[in-house]
Design a protein around this ligand. Structure first.
Ligand SMILES: [Zn+2]
Length: 116
């Protein structure tokens, strides 16, 4: 599975071209443009685009927090399974199943259950 772009993601507003760019640092002082979000519309879609840009630039940070929550789940100790007794595993942890499904959709790895 491909990993997400390294480095801090930054939101750059370009009023002249009416779009935001989400960027990350690249080698030699260059930047990667991860996404562009247009604005300059009329009506409620304009406010939505500004809100969408603010959300998308935090996607990597949100992913990291969700991964951390899943890996520190107090119900299953981050294994994603609930135990009925020391010798048996009895299915998914109900406290973090939805979070793990969301991580799978986002391509985010949960370090305690994958690759182990
Ligand atoms: Zn859990």
């Amino acid at each position: 599975m491909a990993k997400h772009t390294d480095g801090e993601w930054t939101l750059v507003r370009d009023d002249r071209h009416e779009h935001y760019s989400i960027t990350a640092p690249a080698e030699d002082g260059l930047v990667y443009v991860i996404a562009e979000i247009g604005f300059g519309f009329t009506g409620p879609f304009e406010a939505e685009q500004h809100a969408n840009a603010a959300l998308l630039v935090q996607a990597k940070n949100l992913l990291g927090m969700v991964q951390r929550y899943a890996s520190e789940c107090p119900i299953c100790n981050g294994i994603g399974r609930r135990m009925t007794h020391p010798a048996g595993v009895q299915g998914d942890c109900l406290a973090c199943t939805n979070i793990r499904a969301l991580l799978a959709k986002a391509g985010g790895r949960c370090p305690t259950t994958e690759g182990a």
